[in-house]
Design a protein around this ligand. Structure first.
Ligand SMILES: [Zn+2]
Length: 102
């Protein structure tokens, strides 16, 4: 699964986008790591998916029915995006401090 450039705006936030060129490599690396660490999902029930990563195993409720044929993949993409965001926060704690005015 590839993540389009527009998705990075959601992942890293507006402030970080201003420094996007400097962090693009880090974002790419974070996405690569998260895709390895969270390799896919399984359906536990029709309305519930679970991350296949043993160390994660997070359950996620999904919508079903008309217009929600891709709900599982969308929920899992959001799950990965959250993890990428968390990974970048680990790598760039100083940026977070500056945003808070510290
Ligand atoms: Zn996961």
């Amino acid at each position: 699964m590839s993540i389009e450039l527009t998705d990075f705006t959601t992942v890293v936030g507006d402030t970080a986008v201003a420094e996007f060129s400097a962090t693009a490599e880090a974002v790419t690396e974070a996405v690569r790591q998260i895709e390895l660490e969270h390799p896919g999902f399984s359906h536990s029930y029709s309305t519930l998916i679970r991350c296949n990563a043993w160390a994660c195993s997070q359950y996620m409720d999904i919508e079903v029915g008309r217009g929600h044929n891709n709900a599982g993949a969308e929920a899992y993409a959001a799950h990965r995006a959250e993890r990428v965001d968390a990974r970048l926060a680990e790598w760039f704690p100083q940026q977070r401090d500056e945003e808070l005015g510290n």
